[in-house]
Design a protein around this ligand. Structure first.
Ligand SMILES: Cc1cc2nc3c(=O)[nH]c(=O)nc-3n(C[C@H](O)[C@H](O)[C@H](O)COP(=O)(O)OP(=O)(O)OC[C@H]3O[C@@H](n4cnc5c(N)ncnc54)[C@H](O)[C@@H]3O)c2cc1C
Length: 371
């Protein structure tokens, strides 16, 4: 039986909260610290595919999650003229539910945050860790509010720019800009818009249903040199990026008028080839494998990490054994997602054709495997 009982999770995002839920279900006592005092999340959404729906079911929150999002089965492919050339179902792994869920990031955060608290997690906002001292039997942590505490293990789920990663691996690589950015904007969802819609062409354009009321539009664009776009004028800039698209997309572009509602994000990636833990401190999610969103799997990988980490901690006598087993189970799958996503990105940046259907099929073969 494990001697680990008290866990500190650094970061209250998708990875940190799912870790808190998964660890709480295994009987660990969990504290979560989240740096952002407002716990704010930007207002568009994400796609979660069959493996993620399965993982969410395993976390025991599927009904709340599906209720907060928009379950759907099909993908539609459009050619640049706007003609729909295919509609096909994607395979599901959780029998009673459709294969995919589109969900707003805020809605997801609420489902995960509520359940983490119900699972017993103590969540403190506006707090980060300034010092971690691992003496081999526990970790003494100094927090940014001046308090200190001791935990059996620490989980760094603090995202792409993880300070935990930098504290335990001072020479770890920095995130890398990949030459592309994504522009996103929410719209009311028409009743007949009930599938993920992908528009083929030189830019990656798509529409994602998020709820009964909402959908969002994304466009992925090459951005050599990673230019800065001031907030004022973002809506006009996004309209420009969509100029010359299919008629349905042009009609939506005309409605992009609110600079504050445009979510612009330069795309970055990072993959930690070496260890994912040091002593009693372990990393998960974007802190170790931040992928570009071309396969829609980044958050899914963080959620799966949480389940595997909790499972291994639940059966190991010591953290090292659990952390090593966790990395062994996760490494190849996460590496595949990061590299296959980047391959799509690179092809788009270089103006090469991308067979999105083949890439999606290949991805599904990997993620359909048990975690
Ligand atoms: C444009 C774009 C689109 C995407 N679309 C999808 C998609 O459709 N499907 C999908 O599955 N994934 C998608 N992703 C990926 C997904 O957003 C990430 O993989 C996921 O958010 C990673 O979760 P995380 O918890 O590891 O990190 P984060 O979500 O970054 O959470 C980290 C948390 O830690 C907090 N924090 C940071 N530093 C500290 C600190 N020092 N102390 C305390 N707290 C700290 C942060 O405030 C944050 O709350 C997309 C990503 C991008 C960029």
């Amino acid at each position: 039986m494990s001697s680990i009982s008290r866990v500190l999770v650094i970061g209250g995002g998708i990875g940190g909260l799912t870790a808190a839920i998964a660890l709480g279900r295994k009987g660990f006592s969990v504290d979560v610290i989240e740096r952002d005092p407002d716990w704010s999340v930007y207002g568009v959404g994400i796609i979660q595919q069959a493996n993620v729906v399965r993982a969410v079911a395993e976390l025991g929150i599927l009904d709340d999650y599906v209720g907060a999002g928009f379950p759907f089965s099909d993908i539609e492919i459009y050619i640049p003229s706007g003609q729909r050339v295919a509609r096909f179902p994607t395979p599901k792994l959780t029998e009673a539910y459709p294969a995919n869920v589109g969900i707003g990031r805020r809605a997801l955060q609420k489902v995960l945050g509520d359940r983490a608290v119900l699972s017993g997690a103590n969540i403190r906002l506006g707090v980060s860790a300034t010092r971690l001292d691992d003496d081999g039997t526990g970790v003494d942590v100094t927090l940014s509010d001046g308090t200190t505490g001791r935990w059996d293990i620490v989980v760094g789920a603090d995202g792409l720019y993880s300070e935990t990663r930098k504290m335990i691996f001072v020479d770890s690589p920095d995130p890398k800009f990949v030459g592309q950015s994504v522009w996103r904007y929410n719209f009311p969802r028409p009743a007949d818009m009930d599938a993920l819609q992908i528009y083929e062409g030189p830019k990656g354009i798509g529409l994602v249903p998020l709820s009964n009321e909402l959908m969002y539009l994304f466009v992925t664009t090459p951005e050599p040199g990673n230019p800065r776009y001031p907030r004022e004028g973002l809506a006009a800039a996004m309209r420009d990026k969509l100029a010359g698209s299919a008629p349905a997309i042009n009609a939506l572009a005309d409605q992009i008028v609110d600079d504050d509602a445009v979510v612009y994000k330069p795309l970055e990636m990072l993959f930690l080839q070496g260890d994912w833990h040091k002593g009693r401190i372990v990393l998960l999610g974007d802190a170790i494998h931040a992928t570009t969103p071309h396969l829609g799997q980044g958050a899914g990988m963080a959620i799966e990490d949480s389940l595997v980490l909790a499972e291994e901690l639940g059966r190991a006598d010591d953290p090292e054994t659990a952390f090593t087993a966790y990395r062994n189970r996760r490494f190849e799958r996460c590496r595949y997602i990061v590299e296959a996503s980047l391959a799509i990105c690179d092809a788009q940046v270089n103006g090469e054709p991308v067979d999105q259907s083949a890439a999606t099929r290949g991805m599904f073969e990997v993620v359909a495997q048990p975690i």
